[in-house]
Ligand binder design. Structure first.
Ligand code: SF4
Ligand code: SF4
Length: 361
């Protein structure tokens, strides 16, 4: 029997982008093969999804590089005021918007910065303006007083001293810091992946320097702090550049696809009831059955299990039980402060860590 969709959060990504980042999970760029959509096609999709959802994030590629995408935002903001809109940007899009458009149409913005200095950031993103655009957009967002987050993709190239500088950068712009723990897919290579030991060393390093707004369940469950287990297939979905929908930005291809949202026969209920979404909702991991954290950790992020460990019935890379990190967990218990910061669209959309640095960190 068909169940009414419980998807409340949508991420929508277009493929055209003016950067060529080493780690891009979408392999975005300015290729001819990337689809371009008419305004009419975009609003068919908007009218299908917006009555059912609470918020939407536009990210990957860069919004302003994609035809009609800026008009789409204005359309959704006007016709569906109950939908909070966020953008994840390399900075360029924000520099192309008027302050009035930013303030009127957006709920919050994530600005991607992967390293705390211009040389490494520009080199990783293979673009000479990457740092300047990111900093300029943080200034604009601070001026118009819009909720803002610096989003970093945490790879093995990032050291703890970089984390401290990232916290200071976020503090300077009165922004949150969001950590997207690197997943190996798209253009990214295996040597960017981080180990459980490194992931837990980052959490321990941050513990006394920030308030956590949300924490991936693989950390939160064992630490005994509140979090939401992996939302894939439950509350969020992702529209990819070809309009195929999967449960997660990092999961693409036939195996994960629930349908094409531009297809007039595909509804939100069809997506929610698809084989791929049901499979994720029914995930039950043999190795977690006797774990004390089973109900709160839930095996961690399904994408790390699928992309790095051979399938959704495997565990997350950062499992502290199987990867010998319980001494860190024991040291950290009771030391993590969790307090929600604003109403950020990424909170609950995917397994991610959002924090607010202590002032003057
Ligand atoms: S990571 Fe973002 S900015 Fe970089 S190429 Fe991909 S879409 Fe563009
Ligand atoms: S065994 Fe499973 S439930 Fe327990 S901490 Fe590891 S991933 Fe989480």
């Amino acid at each position: 029997m068909e169940t009414i969709s419980k998807i409340k959060k949508i991420g929508w990504g277009f493929g055209l982008c003016n950067m060529n980042c080493e780690h891009c999970y979408n392999s975005s760029g300015m290729k001819e093969s990337i689809p371009r959509y008419s305004f009419g096609e975009l609003i068919i999709v908007a009218d299908k999804i917006c009555p059912h959802i609470r918020d939407i994030n536009f990210g990957t590629g860069e919004l302003a590089c994609n035809p009609n995408a800026m008009e789409l935002i204005r359309y959704i903001a006007t016709k569906y005021p109950h939908v909070d809109i966020a953008i994840t940007s390399n900075g360029y899009t924000i520099t192309q918007m008027t302050p009035v458009d930013i303030k009127r149409n957006l709920n919050d913005v994530d600005i991607s910065i992967d390293f705390p200095d211009s040389e490494r950031h520009n080199s990783f993103r293979r673009h000479g303006e990457a740092w300047n655009w990111a900093i300029r957009s943080l200034e604009i967002l601070r001026d118009v007083r819009l909720q803002r987050t610096i989003t970093m993709c945490l790879t093995d190239q990032v050291e703890l001293e970089d984390m401290l500088k990232m916290l200071r950068l976020a503090d300077k712009y009165e922004a949150c810091l969001r950590i997207n723990w690197y997943r190996k897919t798209g253009r990214g290579s295996k040597n960017l992946q981080i180990s459980a030991e490194k992931a837990w060393s980052v959490i321990e390093f941050l513990a006394d320097k920030a308030v956590f707004s949300s924490l991936d369940s693989i950390f939160a469950g064992p630490l005994g702090v509140k979090s939401q287990p992996c939302p894939a297939g439950n509350f969020s979905a992702r529209i990819h550049q070809d309009m195929n929908v999967t449960a997660y930005p990092f999961l693409k291809g036939k195996m994960w696809t629930a349908g094409n949202i531009l297809d007039s026969h595909t509804s939100m209920n069809d997506i929610y009831n698809s084989v791929s979404f049901r499979k994720l909702r029914n995930r039950s991991i043999p190795r977690c059955q006797d774990c004390a954290f089973k109900s709160t950790c839930g095996g961690g992020c399904v994408t790390r299990a699928a992309l790095h460990n051979n399938g959704i019935l495997e565990i997350d890379d950062y499992c502290p039980v199987y990867y010998q990190q319980m001494t860190v967990v024991d040291r950290l218990r009771g030391k993590i402060i969790v307090h929600k910061q604003g109403n950020l669209v990424h909170d609950g959309y995917l397994c991610t860590t959002i924090l607010k640095p202590h002032e003057g960190v």
